[in-house]
Design a protein around this ligand. Sequence first.
Ligand SMILES: Cc1ncc(COP(=O)(O)O)c(C=O)c1O
Length: 445
Amino acid sequence: MTLPKVIGTNDSITLITGKKTRVVLLNNAATTPPFEKTLKELSNFLQTYGALHRGAGPHANITFLKVQDALSSIRKFLNLPDSHALLFTQNTSAAINLFARMLRLKKSDVVITSSIEHTSNNLAWHYNTEAQIVEVHAFEDGSIDFDDLEKKATKHGKNLKLITMTGASNQTGYIPDIQKLSKIAHKHKALLFIDAAQLAPHRKMDMKQDGVDALAFSAHKVYAPFGIGVLALPKSLLDNIPADPGGGSIDMISEKDILWAPPKERHQTGTWNVTGIISLAASCKVLMDASWKEIEKHELELVKYMAERLPKVPNIAMYVPAEKYLSENRIGTFPFNIAGIHHAQLASILEHEYGIETRAGTICNHRLVRRWHKISDTEQKKIEKKIANGDRLASYGIVRASFAIHNTKKDIDLLLSALTDIAKNGPKLKYKAVTHEEIFIPMKK
Ligand SMILES: Cc1ncc(COP(=O)(O)O)c(C=O)c1O
């Protein structure tokens, strides 16, 4: 079976060295290119694009019907129970922030999260609720310590209101056992929230079967990069006053009283991101029409291929042992470095000399990267001081290559051969450090 096609994979560019090459897209954990079909569906939709919920007319009606259809596709994509609703935000970060505020937790409440979370699923809890945030220990390979989770969940008992975890790590590709997380949360009558930003593009999601109470994900990571995020949550949470009130959330307002719109309407404030919803639903449909079995098989093959070969690159530093990728169900997300080359420079060499897109830095997972680099508190303080003074290159970091549906073994070969060449011969160009931007830029010879 052929996998769905994305656009942009045959894009050819001329490198600064004068060489023509195809762009190799290995930064999919940040943003995936859109599906061809998604772009077509969006283009068709725009022919009759009208005001949703804010107008009467043929185009407004067509738009309403198409959005209804799109909503049911997204619900199907998640296998969302009837007891649950969908809200749309700008991205996953905004969805988690919104969810955290909607819960209206008290000081005595406890939220359990982990130390491997993307900052979006960490800061949201520290800055939007009064609840006590408890962190579960994780191992250096990025996996969660379930014994510690059980212990902490039991310790906080009835005060535990929520367990919030990543569905797949943006740094190590680790996928926790979601059904196990659900059992632990529900044993204590707490909710389970999954940050599905990295899970959604790579594994079939089933909120009903997995016992997930709420989750968030983004269109730009599921082959529909058109600026929208999703929050799926229990309808009962819609009975509250909206966390972000405004246009559309009220039926009537006077000096003294507010008549809120019905619960299912009051939380989606302002004009909806209709093109985002249509594009996202189109990508969800493409993924559902393809075989998840085939998608997973293809991606696991890439993971195996990379894990078997990356350790052979000279001077490579891998932070997750290759065996973990070979023996566990991980998505294709590989953090690495080459000894003696700054991570930001390595990403820059890959970009400018080979046309390979990756990402460098701590990538919203600072504490795990710090652990990998064994940075003491004293060193950390010195680094923080330098960063505060504008030297962002003072930070430790990694380069991340992340795979998606469109990648091939050929892409991995190109990356491995580039890394080997760099490790053996160094950069072909001279680079200038741009400290305030955490990048290196090449200087023409
Ligand atoms: C696991 C995880 N959670 C949250 C986010 C934030 O997503 P967004 O950029 O859509 O806010 C990301 C982005 O990379 C992520 O990888």
